[in-house]
Design a protein around this ligand. Structure first.
Ligand code: PYC
Length: 314
């Protein structure tokens, strides 16, 4: 195991990203192989980076390596407290702002290659970034899912770079409800989907849950609460979750291409989103948000530390 690792931490409207500035070397000429390394050979390092005592449940790690796709500047693998994720909107913004902070990116375009496809991002100023996400799509409606604490639940399955279940109910008190309670309800939805083996049409597990309520800002259209695969909640409005929401709005015919949707996250920050039509019913979302660097640090992994590998509480 490596003993030291330089990282830069940032937050995107409250949601943390930890960018690795060096190593580990991840051999492989395909991004899928690099991503597999983070759940295989490097799984212990992922845990040690993300979990307590060096991290906490919400951290999304970001490993940057030489590009394996033409036209991209970097291959980027995102990982969290339980494994890797396909795409990460807030993490892409955090990466761009981190690279700018390090003097490695000027305002302008940045193309990254992710496990789920190329993503074009543009740094607009030192803290503002727009991300043109992978093609996103409404998948199908699910009715009558029995969920502990919520009763019978309907919702949409949609893809935005990760798979989401969007609960089809307006939670009037969302902003006032303790996040522990929202987490329990969203977890119960995830459990019900798993218990009923409810999958996407292509058989993918639905590992992000999204709930909605009225925004607390007059300039926002909606507030969301997003539960991530490791049961941590997204403090930001979630870039891939906002993409999935746009796909559902487009499918329902209530948001036209080019119109803007302002999604507020549970911590109060807003992503501004628009879309263009893509191929085969998919949409091409662009999400704009802001991120700030919070720390430049060297993580130390002391082999004599009996908790060196990180602490998972669930
Ligand atoms: O912003 O796409 C996102 C995201 C996914 C998981 C946490 N944040």
């Amino acid at each position: 195991m490596i003993e030291r690792l330089r990282v830069v931490d940032s937050h995107t409207l409250g949601e943390p990203t930890r960018v690795l500035l060096e190593g580990p070397e991840v051999p492989g000429d395909r991004i899928e192989v690099k991503a597999e390394a983070w759940t295989g050979r490097l799984d212990g390092l992922r845990r040690a980076i993300c979990l307590e005592p060096r991290g906490w449940e919400a951290i999304v790690g970001c490993h940057v390596s030489a590009p394996s796709r033409e036209g991209c500047e970097h291959d980027v693998v995102f990982f969290n407290n339980v494994g890797t994720i396909g795409m990460c909107g807030h993490g892409t913004m955090g990466l761009a702002v981190t690279l700018a902070h390090m003097g490695r990116l000027q305002p302008g375009p940045l193309r990254i290659n992710t496990v789920v496809g190329p993503v074009e991002c543009e740094l607009l100023d030192r803290n503002t970034c727009s991300v043109r996400n992978v093609p996103s799509q409404f998948d199908r409606m699910v009715e009558g899912l029995t969920v502990n604490g919520l009763g019978s639940v309907s919702g949409q399955i949609a893809y935005g770079g990760n798979w989401f279940f969007l609960v089809d109910r307006e939670f009037e008190g969302l902003a006032r409800t303790p996040v522990s309670e929202l987490s329990s309800l969203a977890s119960a939805v995830m459990d019900a989907l798993d218990a009923g083996s409810v999958r996407s049409s292509c058989g993918a597990r639905i590992d992000h849950i999204e709930m909605f309520g009225p925004p607390t800002r007059p300039d926002a259209d909606s507030m969301n609460f997003v539960l991530c695969p490791g049961r941590a909640f997204d403090r930001s409005p979630c870039g891939t979750g906002t993409s999935a929401k746009l796909a559902c709005l487009a499918h329902a015919g209530v948001l036209a291409p080019g119109s803007s949707w302002r999604q507020q996250g549970i911590a109060g920050g807003v992503f501004e989103a628009t879309y263009e039509m893509g191929d085969e019913g998919a949409i091409l979302p662009t999400i704009r948000g802001r991120a700030w660097v919070t720390a430049e640090a060297t993580l130390v992994f002391d082999p004599t530390d009996e908790m060196c590998g990180g602490l998972a509480w669930s």
